[in-house]
Design a protein around this ligand. Structure first.
Ligand SMILES: Nc1ncnc2c1ncn2[C@@H]1O[C@H](COP(=O)(O)OP(=O)(O)O)[C@@H](O)[C@H]1O
Ligand code: SF4
Ligand SMILES: [Mg+2]
Length: 344
């Protein structure tokens, strides 16, 4: 059985507009990404702002077309799907956007916005059917009484309530995969945990896979506790593993630095002096002017000559994948430093 979704050597280069004295520029936002998403799986995609997370999400839901490689749904290129097959994919793969206000039509009530796709896709026959279906979904996502919320306009709801509406809209298509792009980053901190646990409950109830995109390791660990993590850096996948293994034993120096910068990501490792990884530079290189070889080399404290000459590709290690020439050497060095620290 082919995976639900597969990115195969997928990449995307954006051409930015010229004019007003500006030159046309090409931004390689995503490079050579290989990723399979299975049924019922939960994958957290993490990385700093601008590393290509949203672009990856938009490739998966077919908003962007890859300029290199392919996006496959059940083994078939999504850009070759037609008719019913295309409709099936469009319904099966849904996105919950970061900005819930922009994602909803401000001039329509929630009922008007959410009932339209239900009728267009013949999931319900008429408005009465839509009302019944949406009432059930709103109860599921904790918006009660549903009829009050269905009558409201987006601006009359809080950010957390709008995200619940977006989740209900995605679920109304009976999806197999939900791409959730930073769904809690614009929501009050106090509401984040309840939204995350709601998504976890919906995943169980509807057996839906999740691609959870975030810059925040804490929420990634919370939502994908049983899942995998994909770490991105400048449009590349640099590490992937089960989330427990990845956080306990990060392989790539960038991911190690990311974890040691977030106290709650791994409190145990925080106490080990060797987990602090001082970087050579705090500046992220520009996508328009990337270094040769490993894109992390200007910041990496372990950098050797090979790192400036060849770009490392993800390769298997410790049950996951890592894109670092010296990963084994670095892990061995860290282990002996940790032992020495424990003995002293
Ligand atoms: N439609 C677009 N046109 C041109 N550049 C884009 C477009 N979308 C994203 N980018 C660029 O691609 C890079 C990755 O963006 P994005 O995927 O939004 O990152 P993230 O979600 O990780 O913050 C950024 O440099 C961004 O400016
Ligand atoms: S390949 Fe070299 S520069 Fe890149 S992360 Fe590994 S050690 Fe650092
Ligand atoms: Mg983004």
């Amino acid at each position: 059985m082919p995976p639900l979704i597969e990115l195969k050597n997928a990449g995307i280069t954006f051409s930015t507009g010229s004019g007003f004295g500006r030159k046309k520029q090409r931004i390689q936002a995503l490079t050579n990404v290989n990723l399979s998403i299975g049924t019922g799986e939960i994958i957290a995609v993490v990385g700093e702002s601008g590393c290509g997370k949203t672009t990856m999400g938009k490739l998966v839901v077919g908003i962007h077309k890859p300029t290199e490689g392919q996006v496959l749904y059940s083994g078939r290129d999504i850009w070759s799907l037609k008719g019913r097959d295309y409709d099936e994919y469009r319904m099966a793969v849904q996105m919950v956007h970061q900005d819930s206000y922009a994602a909803l039509n401000p001039n329509k009530t929630i009922f008007q916005s959410l009932s339209l796709p239900l009728m267009q896709h013949h999931i319900v026959k008429n408005e009465a059917g839509a009302l019944e279906k949406l009432s059930g979904l709103l109860l599921d996502v904790g918006l009660t009484p549903p009829e009050i919320f269905l009558e409201k306009y987006p601006h009359q709801l809080s950010g957390g309530q709008r995200q619940r509406i977006l989740l209900a809209r995605a679920l109304s298509m009976t999806p197999k995969l939900i791409v959730a792009d930073e769904p809690v980053s614009m929501v009050d901190v106090s509401m984040r945990i309840s939204l995350l646990s709601l998504m976890a409950r919906m995943k169980e109830k509807y057996q839906v896979s999740f691609l959870y995109i975030t810059h925040d390791l804490g929420t990634a660990r919370y939502i994908a506790a049983q899942g995998r993590i994909v770490v991105m850096y400048l449009g590349r996948m640099i590490e992937t593993n089960s989330i427990g293994q990845a956080i306990a034993h990060p392989m790539h120096p960038y991911f190690h630095a990311l974890i040691s910068a977030v106290p709650e990501a791994n409190p145990k490792l925080r106490s080990e002096y060797a987990m602090q990884l001082p970087l050579r530079s705090l500046d992220m290189p520009n996508l328009l002017n990337l270094p040769s070889g490993c894109k992390f080399n200007p910041r990496c404290p372990y950098c050797k000559e090979i790192c400036t000459q060849q770009e490392p590709q993800p390769r298997p290690l410790n049950g996951g994948l890592v894109a670092c020439h010296l990963a084994e050497e670095i892990l061995a060095q860290r282990e002996s430093e940790n032992k020495a620290a424990t003995l002293s």
